[in-house]
Design a protein around this ligand. Structure first.
Ligand code: SIN
Length: 485
C-alpha cells in the first residue's frame, strides 16, 4: 500500500472495549486496482461479536448518562481528527475500495460531516409537554437513547456509511458495534484508532472485522442485548436481516438497494443535465445505491443529450485510483464486472444498442469500460435491475404522466433525479415520484444536513439531518397525576 504519514492508522485487529484484539487466523484484504494483498487482518467471528455486544452493554449506562455537551465535545474531537488525517484516510480507502483518491478524500469529508453534524444535534434532543385531559394531570414526553446499536456497513462507502450511523447513535447516547464489509475493513479500523484518540470511552464504539458475514450478522441481528439494528446494503440481505431482527423485536433502519430514474424533460438545460447524469451515474464507478440507473430522455432532446453525454463519457480516465487524474477506478471484484456485463449482454439480445464501451477495460481484470446504451426499455435487465456499474441506460419518453409511471415502476424507492425549468412541472413531478429523495436539476444530493433514506423496498429510517437522531431514540411518556391540592 502507498505510504501513509501516520502508521497508527494501519490497524489489522478488531477494536473491542477499547482494545485491539488479535487472533491467529487472518484474512487478506486486497487492492481491487491491482489484486495486491495490502493487509492480513485478524479474522473475528461469533465469539468476538458477542464480546463486543457485552462491552457495548457495559458501556451504555455511563455513556448515556453523560451530558449531551460532553458527548458533543468528544464527537467533535473525532471529527477534527478525521479531517486532520483526511489524506491518509483517503489513501487507505482508495487502496482497499478502489475509488479515485479525490473521491476517497471527498468521502472522508462527507463521513466526518455527519460526525460534526450529530455532535451539534446531540444538544438538541428536545422533549414535549402536552395538555392533559384533566386538570390534576400533566403529560411530559422525554426522549432517551434506545440502547446498544448494531450495524453492518457496505464496501462501497467504507467510511461514510459507518460514520453516519455511528455519529447519530453516539450523539443520542447509544453504544455501538459495527461489522464493516470484509473487503474493506481498514477504513473502519483507522476510524476506530481516531475514535480512541478522541477519547470515546472503551466499549462505546466497537469494530468487529471478520469474514463470517452470515454468522456475525446472525449474532448482531438476533442478540437480545442489541435493541436497534441498522444496515446499509442490498435489499435481499436487508430482508433476511429484518426477519432475523423479528425474533427480539428490534428497531431496524435499512438503507437498501435503489433503481434511480434520471429524467430529462424537453424544457431542461441539457448541458446541466449531462453534467448531473455524469456525476450521478459514474461516481464510484457506478457503485452507489443512489447512482442513476435509468436515464429517461424526452424524444425531442434525446439525440442532443446522448451526443453530449457520449463526448463526456469518452473522456473519462479509467485506472488505479491512486494515479493522478484518474476519474473511474476498478470495480470491487471481477464478479461485480461479470454481473454488469451479463446485464448488458442480456439487454442487447432484447434490442438495446451499446453505443459506447460495453466491454472489460484493458486497465485490468476488475475494470469496465464506461458504457452507454440506447434504445433501452424499462423492462430490460439493464433497467429493471440495480446495475451497480458504470453503464448509462437511455430510455426515450413522450409525456410527463408516462415518464412518472415508468420511473415509479420498480420495487425500489431510494433516489430519483429530474431536469426541468418549468416550475409547475417541477412540483408535479417531485410530488409524483415515489422515492425518498429527489434531485431537481441536481445530480448529487447527499449531505449531512439532509435526510437520506428510501421508501418501498429501498428501506426505512433516515440518516443525517435533524431527523437522523430519531432512529436512535425512544419516546417516553410521563403522566404525572394527583396534582390538585
Ligand atoms: C450508498 O450508496 O448507499 C450511499 C450513497 C451516498 O451516501 O451518497
Amino acid at each position: 500500500m502507498q505510504r501513509v504519514s501516520d502508521d497508527r492508522l494501519l490497524k489489522n485487529d478488531s477494536y473491542i472495549n477499547g482494545d485491539w484484539l488479535s487472533s491467529g487466523e487472518k484474512f487478506s484484504v486486497s487492492n481491487p486496482a491491482s489484486g495486491e494483498i495490502i493487509a492480513r487482518v485478524s479474522n473475528a467471528g461469533i465469539s468476538e461479536t458477542e464480546l463486543a455486544i457485552e462491552s457495548a452493554k457495559k458501556a451504555f449506562p455511563a455513556w448515556s448518562a453523560m451530558s449531551a455537551n460532553e458527548r458533543a465535545r468528544i464527537l467533535h474531537k473525532w471529527f477534527e481528527l478525521l479531517m486532520q488525517h483526511q489524506h491518509d484516510l483517503g489513501i487507505i480507502l482508495t487502496s482497499e475500495q478502489g475509488k479515485p483518491l479525490a473521491e476517497a478524500k471527498g468521502e472522508i469529508a462527507y463521513g466526518a460531516a455527519f460526525i460534526e453534524w450529530f455532535s451539534e444535534e446531540a444538544k438538541r434532543v428536545y422533549g414535549d409537554t402536552i395538555p392533559a385531559p384533566s386538570g390534576d394531570k400533566r403529560i411530559v414526553v422525554i426522549k432517551q437513547p434506545i440502547g446498544v446499536v448494531a450495524a453492518i456497513t457496505p464496501w462501497n462507502f467504507p467510511n461514510a456509511m459507518m460514520a453516519r450511523k455511528a455519529a447519530a447513535a453516539l450523539a443520542a447516547g447509544c453504544t455501538f458495534i459495527v461489522r464493516p464489509a470484509s473487503q474493506t475493513p481498514l477504513s473502519a479500523l483507522a476510524m476506530a484508532e481516531l475514535a480512541d484518540q478522541a477519547g470515546i470511552p472503551a466499549g462505546v464504539f466497537n469494530v468487529v472485522v471478520g469474514e463470517d458475514a452470515s454468522g456475525m450478522g446472525k449474532v448482531l441481528s438476533q442478540h437480545p442485548d442489541v435493541t436497534k439494528f441498522t444496515f446499509t446494503g442490498s435489499t435481499p440481505v436487508g430482508k433476511l436481516l429484518i426477519s432475523q431482527c423479528a425474533s427480539t423485536v428490534k428497531r431496524v433502519s435499512m438503507e437498501l438497494g435503489g433503481n434511480a430514474p434520471f429524467i430529462v424533460f424537453d424544457d431542461a438545460d441539457i448541458d446541466a443535465a449531462v453534467q448531473g447524469a455524469l456525476i450521478s451515474k459514474y461516481r464510484n464507478a457506478g457503485q452507489t445505491c443512489v447512482c442513476t440507473n435509468r436515464i429517461f430522455v424526452h424524444e425531442k432532446v434525446i439525440q442532443a443529450f446522448t451526443d453530449k453525454l457520449m463526448t463526456e463519457v469518452k473522456n473519462l480516465s479509467v485506472g488505479d485510483g491512486l494515479t493522478e487524474g484518474v476519474e473511474i477506478g476498478p470495480m470491487i471484484s471481477q464478479q461485480a464486472c461479470d454481473d454488469v456485463l451479463k446485464l448488458i449482454r442480456a439487454s442487447e439480445k432484447l434490442g438495446a444498442s451499446t453505443v459506447l464501451g460495453g466491454q472489460p477495460h484493458i486497465a485490468g481484470e476488475n475494470y469496465l469500460q464506461p458504457t452507454i446504451m440506447t434504445g433501452v426499455k424499462n423492462d430490460m435487465p439493464i433497467a429493471s435491475n440495480e446495475i451497480f456499474g458504470p453503464v448509462s441506460a437511455i430510455i426515450p419518453f413522450r409525456d410527463e404522466a408516462e415518464v412518472i409511471a415508468m420511473a415509479n415502476d420498480t420495487e425500489y424507492g431510494l433516489a430519483a433525479y429530474f431536469y426541468s425549468r418549468d416550475i409547475g412541472r417541477i412540483w408535479r413531478v417531485a410530488e409524483g415520484l415515489a422515492f425518498g429523495m429527489v434531485g431537481i436539476n441536481e445530480g448529487i444530493i447527499s449531505n449531512a444536513a439532509a435526510p437520506f433514506g428510501g421508501v418501498k423496498q429501498s428501506g426505512n429510517g433516515r440518516e443525517g439531518s435533524k431527523y437522523g437522531l430519531d432512529d436512535y431514540l425512544e419516546i417516553k411518556y410521563l403522566c404525572m397525576g394527583g396534582l390538585n391540592s
